[in-house]
Design a protein around this ligand. Structure first.
Ligand code: CO
Length: 349
């Protein structure tokens, strides 16, 4: 089994978001997860998400929409108005983050739900009779992903944590042998603790596995014979901030997936599961690296320990090394995607 989380830190539109200030029409936003906020300024932002409305027969409908175009921006304050900006500018999310969408006169500003309705019509060619009742709409960077570097050594993109792992996990599952029982589980809400109906700490996975296995005895046997590779990106050692790593455990980009270990079980890896993974990498001719956080710093975590404790499955936490985790644009090594694909395919086979 391979597990990964799908969510990433971002800005979510509030339920009553409209603001008209100094002629600028803005939307109030909440920060989802542990976002690195500085990189959200001066970006060409777009919006996407889900809307819920009642149709002509008064039935509730839920549909996805995506504006795609850059329709909003959060401009920085000029350095001339804040000479200390490079030393100590801090961001107040309530005050400084509402993106600007347009300029309007008093009384001429649009209604946000009306705007969503228009966008739905543009995308789906259908008119919503009645009103958009509710929505989950998020801002995102409209700049597409790119291969970066003279030799295209890097991938720069939004949400690499953790869609990179979800995507490679899916490709490996599709390439895997049909003779082995394989499963890919992708869960939401890891960035906010995984406690939700669609998070890793929900009953979703145990319930699916129980129904696949049949009776309880078969379910227990299935789990004892299974292994979970929990895949989530790791922190590569950054040349400009190398002191943030233990020098012996600073993974390099493009040098293969990283085994994450933590004595306090922030990662589910133990010597049995890591030995098995190291062996798999050897068989797949994939280089492998180690990460342990500095002993004087707090360690992150992921869905590995949560899933391991929920269903009692042997688990390892791994992931490709990246930079700028939780920025609006993150960086990974282009070769590491191939390394990860090769070892996960080996695992599924
Ligand atoms: Co992650």
């Amino acid at each position: 089994m391979v597990g990964a989380h799908t969510d990433s830190p971002c800005l979510k539109v509030k339920p009553q978001p409209e603001m008209l200030r100094h002629s600028f029409w803005q939307l109030g936003v909440e920060v989802y997860g542990g976002a690195l906020l500085n990189p959200w300024f001066d970006r060409d932002l777009s919006m996407a998400g889900r809307i819920s409305y009642s149709d002509a027969d008064d039935q509730l409908q839920h549909q996805l929409i995506n504006f795609q175009q850059p329709i909003a921006i959060i401009p920085s304050l000029a350095i001339h108005l804040d000479r200390e900006a490079n030393q100590n500018r801090s961001i107040n999310p309530q005050q400084h983050l509402p993106p600007v969408l347009l300029q309007a006169e008093e009384g001429g500003a649009p209604d946000f739900r009306g705007l969503l309705q228009q966008q739905f019509h543009r995308e789906h060619g259908q008119t919503i009779i009645g009103k958009v009742l509710d929505y989950d709409i998020y801002f995102y960077d409209s700049q597409p992903a790119a291969l970066v570097g003279i030799n295209e050594d890097f991938i720069a993109a939004a949400r690499l944590d953790n869609l990179l792992s979800c995507y490679i996990g899916l490709q490996a599952l599709l390439a895997g042998s049909a003779d082995t029982a394989s499963l890919l589980v992708c869960t939401d809400h890891e960035e906010v603790g995984s406690v939700s109906a669609s998070g890793a700490q929900s009953t979703f996975l145990p319930s699916v596995l129980q129904r696949l296995a049949g009776d309880n005895e078969s379910y227990q046997r299935l789990l004892q014979h299974s292994q979970l590779i929990s895949v989530d990106n790791a922190h590569g050692i950054h040349p400009n901030y190398a002191d943030r790593h233990d020098a012996q455990h600073g993974p390099l980009l493009n040098k293969g997936p990283v085994i994450k270990t933590n004595a306090n079980q922030r990662y589910a890896t133990n010597s049995e599961t890591s030995a098995r993974f190291r062996q798999l990498c050897e068989q797949a001719k994939v280089p492998v690296q180690d990460f342990v956080v500095r002993s004087d710093m707090a360690c992150g975590s992921t869905i590995g320990p949560i899933t391991a404790s929920l269903i009692g499955i042997k688990t390892i936490d791994i992931g490709v090394p990246t930079f700028a985790m939780h920025s609006i644009r993150e960086l990974a090594g282009s070769q590491d995607t191939v390394h990860l694909y090769n070892v996960l395919t080996k695992f599924f086979n």
